[in-house]
Design a protein. Structure first.
Ligand SMILES: [Zn+2]
Ligand SMILES: [Zn+2]
Length: 125
């Protein structure tokens, strides 16, 4: 594993909340000023392909990256865009039971208002 790739993996396991490629790049640059944006983007792609990390695709938002590989889903705050894990497990078997057929894949999009935003916009605050 290259030094750059190791650094990216480290940052991803330390940063909470599923950072975007840009956020990872900014942190990587802080620690390794010589690192190029293209290097970070390319390595993220390679790491996703190798199954070392996961890409979280959210409609109308930049992709996020996740180092948690165990099956789980994501809840996206509609106010601040923060992504939170929900330990829901893999729902494939459940969906296949409902459908009575084998499925190829599924997308689950969960939107909510996170506790911090709920407090911030509360009329009682
Ligand atoms: Zn929020
Ligand atoms: Zn996650």
């Amino acid at each position: 594993m290259t030094k750059q790739r190791q650094l990216i993996f480290e940052i991803l396991s330390e940063m909470r909340g599923h950072p975007t490629a840009e956020q990872i790049f900014l942190e990587a640059k802080r620690r390794m000023p010589s690192i190029a944006m293209g290097t970070v983007y390319r390595n993220l792609g390679l790491m996703v392909d190798a199954g070392e990390i996961r890409r979280v695709v959210i409609a109308n938002e930049p992709d996020r990256f996740d180092h948690t590989l165990a099956p789980h889903h994501h809840m996206i705050c509609i106010r601040c865009g923060q992504v939170t894990d929900i330990a829901s497990g893999d729902m494939r078997a459940y969906i296949e039971k409902l459908a009575g057929l084998e499925i190829e894949s599924y997308d689950l999009s969960i939107r909510y208002i996170c506790p911090a935003c709920r407090e911030k916009y509360s009329p009682h605050a």
